[in-house]
Design a protein around this ligand. Structure first.
Ligand code: E4P
Length: 219
């Protein structure tokens, strides 16, 4: 399973990268705004800064919602750096644009996916990644993990190569369940990635090993 970090915060990206388990980054307009990145030039520069910190794919989202605008913005984003993946919303013009990008060798991440039908369309259009938002589905009392399972089944039935990028991950059980269901990628905040480290028996066991070592070296 690939691990992406879902943030535009350079320090957090650096920390995840230094752990040695990071495969990429996803951003969105809300995450960019949270870091105070405004103005087209600053936004474009920030994407390049992120690319220079990590080895893998970096999703950069278009703001346009019409076909011509999505193509224009997507081509500009893709030309910034070879690691850029153009993030396109699941709307009619977005699906058309994903097909265009696919035919022109530009990687895409189809975002804001909340149903199996939307995921099927994204795969048919040739999306590199599809991003089902499982946390936001859970928020409205709908089983987000069930959607991951459904998409996995559909993609396997037909051999679609679009990678399932489980997004809107809220806690470490989301990661574990997505891994069991065969999601190709998960994207989550640094806190969720780090929370995978934790187990009380590890802490207790380590404290005991160190205490025994201390005792033995005194005797
Ligand atoms: C995915 O690419 C999105 O940026 C993200 O996972 C959305 O998560 P949220 O529901 O926590 O905002």
């Amino acid at each position: 399973m690939k691990f992406f970090i879902d943030t535009a915060n350079l320090k957090q990206i650096e920390e995840a990268q230094s752990l040695g388990v990071l495969d990429g980054v996803t951003t969105n307009p809300s995450l960019m705004a949270k870091e105070g990145i405004t103005g087209n030039n600053n936004i474009l520069k920030h994407y390049v800064d992120i690319c220079n910190l990590v080895d893998g794919d970096v999703s950069a989202e278009v703001i346009a919602t019409d076909y011509a605008g999505i193509i224009r913005e997507g081509e500009q984003l893709a030309s910034l750096h070879p690691q850029i993946v153009v993030k396109v919303p699941m709307i009619k013009d977005g699906v058309k644009a994903i097909r265009y990008f696919h035919e022109n060798g530009i990687k895409t991440n189809c975002t804001l996916v909340f149903s199996a039908g939307q995921a099927l369309l994204a795969a048919k259009a040739g999306a590199t990644y599809v991003s089902p938002f499982i946390g936001r589905l859970d928020d409205v009392s709908t089983d987000g993990l069930q959607l991951i399972e459904d998409i996995r089944t559909i993609y396997d039935n037909y051999g679609y190569e679009t990678e399932i990028l489980a997004a809107s991950i809220r806690h470490n059980m989301h990661v574990i369940e997505c891994a069991k269901l065969g999601a190709d990628v998960m994207t989550g905040p640094l806190s969720v990635i780090l929370s995978l480290l934790n187990h009380p028996l590890t802490d207790i066991g380590l404290a005991k090993f160190l205490a025994d070592h201390q005792k033995a070296s005194k005797s």
